[in-house]
Design a protein around this ligand. Structure first.
Ligand SMILES: Cc1cc2nc3c(=O)[nH]c(=O)nc-3n(C[C@H](O)[C@H](O)[C@H](O)COP(=O)(O)O)c2cc1C
Length: 191
């Protein structure tokens, strides 16, 4: 896969096979996040890999999934993530752009993962208070967002935007994700 194919192939995956992800791969994804662009190169981000089965089970109830799909949003038992990467911001490092940094770093994780055949869901809807407790995260670290990972057990395709941004699932369980058209978002030389 070349870089364009990887970018196009990456879709949010919310149903996963229950197959372990080698730790070396999870470490590799964090290593790719580590070298992402960073405002003033301050590098305020740190990461927790969670791949212990019991810990993974504890995290799932703290996460929110696919709000547009209602009760069909969250993965059922047997299709839940097998690992998480929790992205932390070290508040003692005075970064001017911590959220931009995490966006760039997390995209590196998502793209590296799909390159390795692993699906991801970037999750902002997370009970940070409980997660902090479970993972013993010190107060001087902000919990940014988390990435859920696993080998994909669903398909998801891009659709042309036609009035609604809401993704949907068809009768075969395939996800469809509308994206705004290039000609509607691109301006040349002036607005
Ligand atoms: C910052 C951020 C937070 C997100 N939080 C969640 C979340 O809490 N739960 C979820 O199911 N998806 C979450 N997503 C995934 C989006 O719903 C998904 O990217 C969007 O629907 C477009 O689908 P695509 O990733 O396949 O292009 C999040 C994405 C981003 C960028």
């Amino acid at each position: 896969m070349d870089i364009y194919e990887i970018i196009k192939k990456r879709r949010t995956i919310r149903r996963f096979k229950q197959k372990e992800i080698p730790l070396e791969l999870l470490e590799k994804f964090v290593d790719m996040a580590r070298i992402a662009p960073s405002g003033a190169n301050m590098q305020p981000l740190e990461y927790i890999i969670v791949n212990d089965k019991k810990m993974v089970e504890q995290i799932f109830p703290l996460t929110g999934w696919a709000g547009y799909l209602g009760k069909d949003g969250p993965p059922p038992e047997g299709q839940r993530p097998v690992a998480y990467i929790v992205v932390l911001i070290n508040k003692d490092i005075k970064s001017p752009t911590p959220q931009h940094d995490s966006g760039a770093a997390i995209e590196n994780i998502l793209l590296s993962a799909i390159y390795e055949g692993i699906g991801t869901c970037w999750i902002g809807s997370v009970n940070r208070e409980k997660l902090r407790e479970i993972l013993k995260i010190p107060e001087n670290y902000e919990i940014d967002t988390i990435v859920a990972l696993g080998y994909p057990d669903e398909e998801s395709h891009i659709e042309e935007f036609s009035g609604s941004v809401k993704y949907w699932k068809d009768e075969k369980g395939v996800m469809h994700v509308p994206k705004r058209r290039l000609k509607d978002i691109l301006h040349y030389n002036k607005f």
